[in-house]
Design a protein around this ligand. Structure first.
Ligand code: UD1
Length: 441
């Protein structure tokens, strides 16, 4: 398993471009299972999770062509399997999303119970309750969910929690159910809107994505008269946040391009309250911008002399609240504030696996229930540390940027799941980073 070795403290400079959203790309790739047309996705990020999903779709019989220019063409007109096996699903929870579209298109699906990041129970009851409301019979046997339906019928489905995955699964499944489905208490994340836009572009009818009530008018088949369907996935707001925090934590001047800043209001509010110095440049203000459809740019500046970062109290929440996927990175930043912080995690149990690792680097973070009490003014020192899940790993990278000497970060495959070209992007930002092929651990 590869290691990253980062020599700190780093002074960042330069610009980087944010990649396409992992959390949009995965459900969008799954949604190609609904289509009776050939579909091209223009900008999938080169990530381990994307490769895993490509493999899963190929196993189901999808014909997939990865072009030299980065476009990926999906032909799911003829599939030959309705089963997503344990080997596939255990490495990535998002694999479970195939159950909705497979069931809708072929009347049956067998999908292994999911694995993925080791961050709590992450059950699938909300997915299964919703599929049952649409008329599916669900049978749990041998570690698999076997779902079948002679006919799926639209229904009103009230989610007990606005689960992102369940909202996506049900939106896809209901797109081919007879009649109208209303998902109440739906997740409102930008990735949900992206998926709805994609389904609609393929010929589906999803309305209200981005609000708590999503209406889906079922259709007999998802197809369009247009020969060529292509789609651009939105930029990754979590990757953007991570690099923006990298600029702030190192008190550097950097530019982060390709950001949809309106997806990140809660994050910018917290960073502003902490005293971070940054500017958002929208395309019309950005006169150097040659691209018509360009997104925003975020420029991070060193703090004005004498201004220090302040501690914060933050609670994670479903969108539009502060995202759980930036909790670990924010905690790394809070270590350099001039006063204590409290961060409370409300989405996942056990999403504090970065805490013992940060403490090994000299942090003083105390966990009580689902809250972390973080002492500020911490001088971090390098230590060998281990990635445990995707976002925990991002926090370790941020800590390594400010720690003296060489921090050795093991098990970087977690990072490779969600951060495209991370070593190259850090190098471009003037970070001394090298990847060392590791042994089995
Ligand atoms: C997605 C994101 C992940 C993000 C999370 C919350 C992808 C690929 N992953 O994960 O990065 O951290 O949203 O923003 O998009 N739950 C249940 N029963 C269910 C479903 C969920 O109890 O049937 C619970 C989970 O255990 C968890 C919480 O609900 O505690 C949130 O889960 P969910 O919103 O479904 O997250 P994911 O879709 O897995």
């Amino acid at each position: 398993m590869d290691k990253l070795i980062i020599t700190g403290p780093s002074q960042l400079k330069g610009k980087i471009r944010v990649s396409s959203s992992k959390n949009s790309s995965l459900p969008i790739m799954v949604a190609t299972l609904l289509s009776e047309n050939i579909v091209t996705i223009n900008n999938l990020p080169k990530l381990r999770d994307v490769s895993t999903m490509l493999k899963l779709l190929k196993n189901l019989g999808a014909e997939i062509e990865e072009k030299d220019d980065g476009k990926v063409v999906f032909n799911t007109c003829k599939l030959n399997s309705y089963e997503a096996n344990y080997e596939m699903v255990k490495t990535m929870r998002a694999s479970f999303l195939v159950i909705g579209p497979l069931l809708a298109r072929y009347g049956k699906a067998s999908v292994s119970l999911p694995g993925g990041c080791a961050i709590g129970a992450r059950s699938i009851d909300i997915h299964l309750d919703g599929l049952a409301k649409l008329g599916a019979e669900i049978d749990l046997r041998g570690g698999y969910v076997h779902a079948s339906a002679k006919k799926l019928k639209g229904a009103e489905i009230l989610l007990s929690f606005p689960s992102v995955g369940a909202t996506e699964n049900l939106m896809m499944c209901a797109s081919l159910a007879e009649g109208t489905t209303v998902i109440k208490n739906a997740a409102r994340e930008p990735e949900i809107i992206d998926l709805a836009n994609f389904i609609n572009k393929m010929g589906g009818h999803v309305y209200g994505a981005g609000t708590s009530d999503i209406t889906i008018e079922g259709v007999k088949s998802i197809r369009t008269e247009v020969d060529y369907i292509d789609y651009n996935v939105i930029p990754d707001r979590i990757e953007a946040s991570t690099y923006i925090i990298a600029g702030i934590i190192t008190n550097s001047h950097i530019v982060v391009e390709n950001v949809i800043t309106k997806h990140m209001d809660a994050i910018f509010d917290v960073l502003k309250n902490m005293g971070a110095n940054f500017k958002i440049i929208s395309p019309e203000k950005n006169i150097n911008n040659a691209h018509a459809n360009e997104n925003d740019i975020v420029e991070i500046f060193p703090r004005v002399e004498g201004v220090e970062l302040k501690g914060i109290h933050v609670d994670t929440a479903p969108y539009p609240g502060f995202p759980t996927d930036v909790q670990a990175q924010l905690m790394a930043l809070a270590l350099s504030a001039n006063s204590p912080s409290v961060i409370t995690e409300h989405i996942f149990e056990n999403r504090f696996m970065h805490v013992p690792e940060l403490n090994r680097m000299g942090a003083n973070i105390l966990l009580k229930g689902n809250s972390a009490f973080i002492e500020g003014n911490t001088k971090l020192t390098a230590a060998p540390v281990m990635c445990t899940d995707l976002r925990a790993s991002a926090a370790l990278i941020l800590a390594a940027l400010v720690a003296e000497c060489e921090t050795e970060i093991c098990r970087v495959y977690h990072l490779d799941r969600g951060y495209e070209f991370i070593d190259r992007k850090l190098t471009n930002l003037n970070v001394l980073v090298k990847r060392v092929p590791g042994g089995p651990f």
